[in-house]
Design a protein around this ligand. Sequence first.
Ligand code: FDA
Length: 392
Amino acid sequence: MRDLDVLVLGGGAAGLMCAIEAAKRGRQVLVLDHAKRPADKIRISGGGRCNFTNLHCSPANFLSQNPRFCVSALKRYTQQDFLGLVEKHRISWHEKTLGQLFCDNSAKDIIQMLLSELEAAGGVLQLETSISTVSKPDDRFSVATSKGRVRAKSLVIATGGPSIPKMGATGFGYDLARQFGHDVIAPRAALVPLTFSDANKNLCARLSGVSVDAEVSFKKTTFREGLLFTHRGLSGPSILQISSYWEEGTSISVNLLPGTDVFDALRAARSATPKQDLKTGLTQLLPSRLVDELSQAFQLKGRMADLSDKVLRRCSEQLNRWQLTPVGTEGYRTAEVTLGGVNTKELSSKTMESVMVPGLYFIGEVVDVTGHLGGFNFQWAWSSGHAAGQFV
Ligand code: FDA
């Protein structure tokens, strides 16, 4: 049996960051993970190039029942701090768009950076180790694993959320939180494509592969980024973003021509080219495959000169404010993150420690803090891991 200062469950982004920081403070640290390789989500992130942070990261980029919870950790370990670490390891990077920073070469560079920092600080990572039971019989935690029992003064839960189960993602952290009396805000798939039924599903399938710049809104939240039609429904960054806000049984609004008032544009076209067909006019604004399908679905036809303001207004409503009701999402199978998680009301925003169980810490995605698409989820993993690492 091993007896340590700090045991971290989960060798992903948050767990490795916490272990590095704790080991740098001279703590005896062990990280356990059931996977064959560490940090598999970093490996596949950002299309293999890892969108490791965002230059514009702020608390406004996060969803939580307690929106102020993330403020302190994000302030104490910022995107610039992580960028400093990346530069210290001479990893070349670039800004893709909207402040999103990616590795030039490979996401593996980030994993290698974390592993070498951990080794230099004296922390140990042990893979292919499954956890059977966790208890706290006295002032130390006792964890039974497939490779023997470990005792530790501080126990850090960094096992992430259940998105992409085929990669070994589990709801283990939630079960453990509940075991120790914590409330868990109902988890749900987020940053995930939306699915449709009937006519809209068929329409999306026929348009599969077409992408446009779009503004997608739900209630007062709007994102302007790419939208992609797929065989099952809608995807692309704007849809993934809104999926974190969308509520079942309600509709989203899609503006297929952001920045263009379709009514004004069509009225101008009616004066300039009265003999032109409406459909031909629309192909100057949108991809022709999309115009073909939408003109059928919305009955958009006729010569410009013959179209009344009322008809042009209806056309503008449909293209600037297309109301769509998804039937669901693609679920955890493809979701980039999980919304919900350990209720932050029962955690210290300074240390990430449980207010109920001394020595128990929750960091990263397992906590009810979920970032927008664009490097924010990793920044939360780095910031929350760093925060806990100062106190475990
Ligand atoms: P993370 O999931 O990284 O780590 C948890 C670890 O715990 C894993 O190593 C797992 O094996 C281990 N574990 C789980 N259950 C266990 C158990 N029962 N016993 C032992 N070990 C267990 N974010 C971003 O900011 N930029 C991006 O580019 C992307 N891209 C991206 C692509 C894809 C396809 C996905 C699925 C996700 C992203 N993300 C992202 C989100 C990002 O990957 C995610 O928010 C962080 O990895 C969360 O870090 P954690 O350390 O909390 O969990």
